[in-house]
Design a protein around this ligand. Structure first.
Ligand code: ATP
Length: 439
């Protein structure tokens, strides 16, 4: 990691805290490693990303069924999938400093990357968070916080078939929390112990898997552009036969150049009929698909595009973070695409102590807010300070009400975040002007 990139990550983390995007989980108690709390702007950014994912992959399509399954599931689900026996990473402890590491992520398995001490024996560490459901703590009450959203869909496959009679190919989609007791959470929200996933289980006739795989490969690239992730920093990594999960016949990782290095952003996997077959065998419930026209019975195969929502937010932040000089002054700004920006427009009176300006600005603010929702009114400090704050949270447009608005009826100024350019826009034309720019 170069000093420059390390610096950028530190700056993003600090901006996120300072401006109310993301905070360390349980901070006032010293934190809880691998957990992060989203503040108002971080949550708005996350929701914007989630909503446009849901629109692209669910509501704009005819072949997708949305789901929201319970996080706690019958323990047999995780036995059937192999998670109880094998959802593990290789772990070793340094004999000297006692720190634990994932041995597949350190340069030398025998040497501690922190203190240089000798590493102990490698063992497999299961990442499932175990809990008990109900008042009795015994073998039968064991459950796990789900480590992925995928299985909540597979176990509802029959319900979807019975309720909707979909034709192949069709998909189930879900957004929700997942939990993994990661050995070494790191790189801000990149590797957390509690995070959100957006996943699709797309069921196909095995004869046609390649067509759907290619379709989602393109869709993932389009989505990356849509949310403003710098696509020059994205690359596809074809996972080799040796490194792929044994049930997968093809997997591509979409990697992104994060400030700390190139790492997995999303995954696209052809999972064959592994999941449905395992659940059918373990539950004793027939999970066959009957083609009502040909009367053919098959077990559908699955294409799984899997997206991390927190990694999406981090990639958007890394792509948007910019430093430049404007009007002779250094500034930091977040160059979000307007659709992702937590605040779309900010409205200011030029001066705080002129009631007629404040009143007019409030009037305009109410109209704009009704239209765009995420709109702020700000009359704190001087105008330069207000611009700086809005730049740092990535607000694409700032509207200022001045004396020409009141006295000459000359409309308002609209300042563009990226160029700093101000344009005079009539009051009547303001909503249409902003609508065109934002949408
Ligand atoms: P990695 O190799 O980075 O551990 P993975 O291959 O285990 O990831 P998947 O099981 O394929 O990840 O999970 C699907 C997606 O969920 C990932 O592409 C990523 O975006 C997200 N994800 C997985 N683990 C985490 C985590 N600990 N924190 C945040 N996001 C995660």
């Amino acid at each position: 990691m170069t000093e420059k990139t390390e610096n950028k990550m530190d700056k993003i983390v600090s901006l996120c805290k300072r401006r109310g995007f993301i905070f360390q989980g349980s901070e006032i108690y010293g934190g809880l490693s691998g957990t992060w709390d989203y503040g108002p702007y971080g949550l708005a950014l996350k929701n914007n990303a989630k909503d446009s994912w849901w629109k692209r992959f669910v509501t704009d399509r005819e072949d997708m069924y949305g789901m929201d399954a319970a996080i706690l599931m019958n323990q047999n689900v995780w036995k059937a999938t192999g998670h109880v026996g094998g959802f593990s990473d290789p772990l070793a402890e340094c004999k000297k400093c006692k720190k634990r590491f994932r041995t597949d992520q350190i340069p030398d398995k025998k040497k501690c990357p922190d203190c240089g001490g000798e590493m102990g024996e490698e063992r497999q560490f299961n990442m499932l968070f175990k809990t008990n459901v109900g008042a009795l703590e015994d073998e039968n009450s064991i459950s796990y916080l789900r480590p992925e959203t995928a299985q909540g869909m597979f176990v509802n496959y029959k319900n979807i078939i019975d309720a909707f009679h979909p034709k192949l190919p069709f998909g189930m989609a879900q957004v929700g929390k997942a939990f993994r007791n990661e050995i070494a959470p790191r790189d801000f929200t990149f590797r957390s112990r509690e995070f959100e996933q957006m996943e699709i289980e797309y069921l196909v006739d095995s004869k046609n898997w390649e067509e759907s795989f290619e379709h989602f490969r393109k869709e993932i690239s389009l989505w990356i552009k849509e949310v403003g992730i710098d696509d020059d920093g994205v690359s596809e990594h074809e996972i080799s036969d040796e490194d792929r999960a044994f049930y997968s016949k093809r997997t591509i990782d979409f990697e992104f150049d994060f400030p700390f290095g190139k790492s997995e952003l999303y995954g696209l996997a052809y999972r064959t009929d592994y999941d449905l077959t395992k659940h059918s065998d373990a539950s004793g419930v027939n999970l066959i698909y009957l083609n009502e026209e040909t009367k053919e019975k098959i077990t559908p195969h699955c294409i799984e595009p899997s997206f991390g929502l927190d990694r999406t937010v981090l990639a958007i932040l890394s792509s948007a973070y910019k430093e430049d000089e404007l009007g002779g002054e250094k500034r930091v700004y977040l160059k979000f695409v307007p659709k992702m920006a937590p605040v779309k427009v900010a409205v200011f009176p030029l001066l705080k102590n002129k009631p007629e300006l404040v009143e007019k600005a409030r009037e305009i603010y109410k109209i704009i807010k009704k239209e765009f929702g995420a709109v702020e009114f700000d009359d704190n400090g001087n105008i330069g300070k207000r611009y700086r704050r809005q730049d740092e949270i990535g607000t694409p447009f700032c509207v200022t009400v001045d004396f020409d608005t009141l006295e000459k009826g000359e409309g308002v100024t609209v300042r563009d975040r990226d160029s700093g350019k101000q344009t005079r826009v009539s009051e009547n034309g303001l909503v249409a002007y902003l609508k065109e720019k934002i949408q």
